[in-house]
Ligand binder design. Sequence first.
Ligand SMILES: Cc1ncc(COP(=O)(O)O)c(C=O)c1O
Length: 410
Amino acid sequence: MGEFHLPPEVSMVFVRGEGSKLYDADGREYVDFLNGSGPMILGHGHPAVVAAVTAQLQRGATFFGLNRPVIELGERIIDAAPCGEKIRFVGSGSDAVSFAVRMARAFTGRRRVLRFEGGWHGVSDFALHGARPPEPSDYPRASADVAGLPAALSDDLLVSPFNDAAMARALIERHAGELAAVCVEPLQRCIRPKPPFLETLRELTAEHGIILIFDEVVTGFRIAWGGAQERYGVVPDLAAYGKTISGGHPNAAICGRADVLETVNPWRERSDPQRTFVSGTFNGNPISAVAGLATLNVLDQPGTYERLHALADRIRAEVEAMGRELSIPLLVGGDGPVLQVLFTEADDIADYRTMLYADKDRAFRFGVGMIRRGFFVSPYEKIYLSTAHTGQDLDRALAAMREVMKELPA
Ligand SMILES: Cc1ncc(COP(=O)(O)O)c(C=O)c1O
């Protein structure tokens, strides 16, 4: 788990999850709006996932070798991903993004990476520069977010504000010869991309031979079957996947252009300057693969995304109406079944600054109030919906949100 500071009276130890619910050691039930931080898009213990995992357990837990389930899952992802030509499985979303960056460096022979302030790419040394700066960044200087990171890394990174196509253009044009990659969360946390931001990144990276990496760890198979690439109509060179493709078991992948993924082909000559290396004991794990496959098979059924979007649209509309009615300034960000309530006077969520300056005290009280009423959320963080959520779960959650908002101090 990451950081999860809850006051002692709402701290809990979970013992079971079933469908849209979690149960703690004291027998309390919670409607789960975190869903394992995203992987449990079908809810807990979906029968298709349980059956697939149980059957695979009898056949072997891990092989460190190619296996049928992982081949099948790879083919499924390549078919769905607009950028899909080849795929490499890894253990976590953090691995997927940092290995995609490594491949881009090896492929281009360049060292620098442009990333966007406030984007979350996991916990690698690279990713923890400019992910959560306590103050707006001194663009394009990237500073370490936490202690313990190599000092020299800052110089390999450039940071720019999300949705600022003009600044991204200026930085890419100025540093084109030294940029290996532009790495972006296409839906950055709960901030939607505004045209022509992603389009500009695509156009300029193509023009200058820079690898465009979409971090689709959250958006892949969630905001659409073809992820952000399909929803926003921009196709990167590489995409990082995780969460939804895992069925709740550790799994992630880098999918995209064959020539870039070829940098990790072990048959390349050792002297080849483009040859690089990625590995991991549990990469391509068959249990994770069958769980991921079972999940994708359910998500692929007609009407899934329409229903997930409809549930989310209802929350968005009703919570924003509640804010207006109770005179609480707020916005609901995100896209599809990933949402976040920001207590902010801003009229739009355009970049990290909107999130940085949002009222965190209110967000915390809101989150804790929801947990107290039996809804599991991470204060300050996104809400993840699952196919297991029912209209009744939403009725109850919206009623609880109204109660909690009424209790918020002015
Ligand atoms: C967009 C994004 N990228 C990467 C990661 C890192 O994934 P993991 O926690 O599996 O390392 C996360 C995790 O939340 C994420 O949201």
